[in-house]
Ligand binder design. Structure first.
Ligand SMILES: [Zn+2]
Length: 165
């Protein structure tokens, strides 16, 4: 069996559902998902997600580690439980929270970022010029204002992100 994966709430909301099937998540995350994306919870309940809970001793160990590193100030109880669960099950934690990533590194828990993992869905987008229609590379930097991704270097018209056909 492949090593387990624990997903933070961003992954639960952002990832394609097929990617979430069988992965470990916390009962406590149901509330978080429901608050942000109620429809998503309906979808998650329709597939097999591994709703799990870490043992109290694991949570306590995670809390002590977070106190030691000073990361505890910015962590939620769900964050701590995600850390505890990943450690307890020898699983990889998927999170974009830098405090959690830091704690994973300290505790030698493998981690990966949610956004990188979601790159499959980003690949279905492309950047095209609204003027000449020429395709451009997707910019590596985020832009100052949302939706502004620069102008075409051929004709000078604004570029737009479009769904790849
Ligand atoms: Zn153009």
């Amino acid at each position: 069996m492949a090593p387990g994966e624990v997903l933070d709430t961003a992954a639960l909301i952002e990832w394609p559902v097929e990617r979430i099937v069988g992965k470990m998540v916390l009962e406590a995350q149901r509330e978080e998902v429901y608050r942000v994306a109620p429809d998503r919870l309906v979808l998650l309940d329709a597939v097999e997600v591994n709703w799990a809970s870490p043992r109290d001793a694991s949570i306590e160990a995670a809390r002590k580690l977070a106190m030691l590193t000073g990361d505890i100030a910015g962590l939620s109880s769900i964050d701590l439980k995600l850390l505890a669960l990943a450690k307890e099950r020898g699983a990889t934690l998927f999170t974009d929270d830098y405090r959690l990533q830091n704690l994973c590194s300290r505790a030698e828990i493998p981690w990966a970022s949610v956004i990188t993992e979601g790159i499959n869905s980003i690949w279905s987008w492309e950047v095209r010029c609204t003027g000449c229609g020429i395709g451009h590379e997707i910019p590596s930097q985020t832009s100052a204002s949302k939706g502004d991704i620069g102008d075409c270097d051929i004709c000078g018209s604004p570029l737009r992100v479009k769904r790849r056909k």
